[in-house]
Each structure stands twice: as C-alpha cells, then as structure tokens.
Write a protein that binds this ligand. Structure first.
Ligand SMILES: [Zn+2]
Length: 337
C-alpha cells in the first residue's frame, strides 16, 4: 500500500496576489480528509491526515423511527461542525471527503440502503455530501474501507495480499490483492458473508441457505441462541470461529492470501476463544503449498478503524484523480492546448 504518501500542497493557498519579490510566502496549511462513517448505531465524522492520524472526531447516534431526511440532517450537522473545526481549531485544509457505509449500496455510494437503523433506501449519499461540502466525495462499502485501513496502519500493514472480514450484526469483507483493493463488477468483491459454509443450513436473507451471514453474524447468533452476541456461550464462540475459519480458508485457497484480518464487534468481543478456533479450522483447510501457514488475526485499529478507512478512501480518491488528470494530459498530442 502506498497510502502514506504525502500529497503536494495545494498551490495558490498563500494569498490571491502575485508575489512581489519582497513578499514572504506563508507556509501552506496542512491538509486532511474529512472522514465519514455510517455505522450500525452511529454517524461518525473525523479528520484524517495524509499519514493516517485521526486528529478529531464526532459522533451522533442514529435515531430509529425517523425518516431519511432526518438521518441526513443529523449527519450533515456533524459534517458541517467538523468542517468548521478543521478551519477554526485545527487550521487545516480539507481536501476531500471519504465515506464508508454499510451495504447494500451502489458503487461509489450513489444510492445507499444500509441494513440496520437507517430508513435510507436508495438514498443519494455521495451527491448529497458533495452538495453539502462542495468537495470531491469518495465512498465505498465500510468493510472495504476497513480493509484499506488495516493495510495502511493496522494488522495487515506491509502486506500486499490479504482479506479483511467484519463480523458484527452482519458479515462483510474486502480483499486486497497485489496491493489493490478489489472492486468487482458492482463493487462487492470480497463480500464473503454469502459464502456457503453450511450446505442446507439456515435460510439467508439473500434467498439461499447456509451462508456465512446466516450462520455466524450477530443477527444469526441472536436468533440461534436467543441471546445477544454480547452474552455468548462458549460453544457459540467456538462455532462462530470455526465458520469464519472455514470461509477464510476458501478465500486463502482461491486468492493465494497468507493473511486474514478479522474485526467487528462480534469477533472482537468473542476474543481468544473465537480466534483460536478460527485458526485451527483455517489450518485444517489450507493444505496447498502456497496457502499452508495462512494466519487469521484480529483487527488492530479498534474503534478508529472505520474513520481511518474512510480517510483512506478520501486520500486514495485524490491520488486517483491526480493520476487520471496526468494520464489525460499525457494522452494529448504534444501541441494540444
Ligand atoms: Zn446469503
């Protein structure tokens, strides 16, 4: 990953006038990305530097039983407040907005319908945030954003090939291959919640049976045990670990990955019992010369992961835009104006 590259300062930020020889240029203000996370229970915003430091954050609970515009107003209020804090308290320039959001969502978060508390259905999140801030907005699924964050500063730092899985109320993931986060045709590459881990198992909301999400997500555990996943039995922690290990093994074998990073409140809450059984199951099922020895490890970013991931999306978006602009200029004939 190259996300810790520091981008050049925005030109022209030192004043509107042409510089006379005697004028001393003021130093350019540091730049940040405004990170936005639409989580299961909170809207969160933060400021993320080019090196991934989260220098400020705010959050507000997502209210239930309110309409789509009320959700948006709650989010817009903290986005605006954070923009003001960037200028007034931190003296930094916001270059772009990065947004992570739970699915379902169309590519780039043009239309989002996140499962959970919000009443958003095909809500045009990217364009609304762009209208609000006047900045470029780069959005993606939250589990893919977390994969970027873990590769940038977390448990997969320095790895070009790994999978990140989030096990919370639902299960999602992202795959980084040859240093790039995979997207796929619709942007759902790495969404491993619908891998079959129990043939003929529980009916999944996707319409089939035995999906990882239907067997091992927080929602599934609550139905299976009659208890919230925060009050697990020893057996359910072991079983959930085995199922995640089974899915992780298939991903490692298919994509030639040595590492799987697992985050999310359910997995991290289950802790060592979960991770032990996940690793034992993974070991049982990665027997190929290239996949043997694959490891499963907890996310290291804790509750900063979603905002660092959203920040990574924002910085990546700026770099990609710059590269596209440079490629477009290079493609011009030499005498083009
Ligand atoms: Zn499914």
């Amino acid at each position: 990953m190259t996300t810790d590259d520091t981008l050049p300062a925005e030109p022209g930020s030192t004043g509107p006038e042409e510089s006379p020889a005697e004028q001393v240029a003021e130093p350019a203000r540091p730049e940040v990305v405004l990170a936005v996370d639409v989580g299961a229970e909170f809207f969160q915003v933060g400021l993320v530097t080019p090196k991934g430091a989260l220098i400020d954050r705010l959050r507000v609970p997502i209210e239930t039983d309110v309409g789509p515009e009320s959700h948006y107003t709650a989010l817009a209020n903290i986005v605006t407040e954070m923009s003001e804090r960037a200028a007034d308290h931190h003296d930094v320039v916001v270059r772009s907005v990065g947004v992570g959001c739970g699915g379902p969502a169309s590519r780039g978060l043009e239309a989002v319908s996140p499962m959970g508390r919000t009443s958003w259905r095909d809500f045009p999140l990217r364009s609304r945030v762009a209208d609000l801030t006047g900045l470029p907005v780069f959005g993606d699924l939250d589990a893919k954003a977390l994969a970027l964050a873990e590769g940038w500063l977390g448990a997969a730092r320095g790895h070009a090939d790994f999978c990140a899985i989030t096990v919370s109320a639902s299960i999602a993931g992202g795959i980084v291959l040859d240093g790039d986060l995979l997207d796929g045709e619709s942007g759902y590459a790495g969404h491993i919640g619908h891998m079959i881990v129990e043939p003929g198992g529980r009916r999944c909301h996707c319409g089939t049976q035995g999906c990882l999400d239907a067997e091992a997500s927080g929602a599934a555990i609550e139905v299976l045990t009659g208890r919230p996943p925060s009050e697990p039995t020893y057996e359910i922690m072991q079983r959930t670990g085995r199922l995640i290990g089974r899915a992780a093994a298939s991903v490692c074998n298919a994509f030639d990955l040595p590492l799987v990073v697992v985050g999310g409140s359910v997995a991290l809450g289950f802790g060592a019992t979960f991770f032990h059984d996940a690793q034992v199951t993974l070991d049982d099922h990665v027997r190929l010369p290239y996949s043997r020895g694959a490891r499963i490890t907890p996310s290291r970013l804790g509750d900063t992961g979603p905002l660092v991931g959203a920040g990574a999306l924002g910085w990546r978006g700026i770099r990609r835009s710059a590269r596209r602009a440079a490629a477009g200029a290079a493609a011009q004939p030499p005498n083009a104006r």
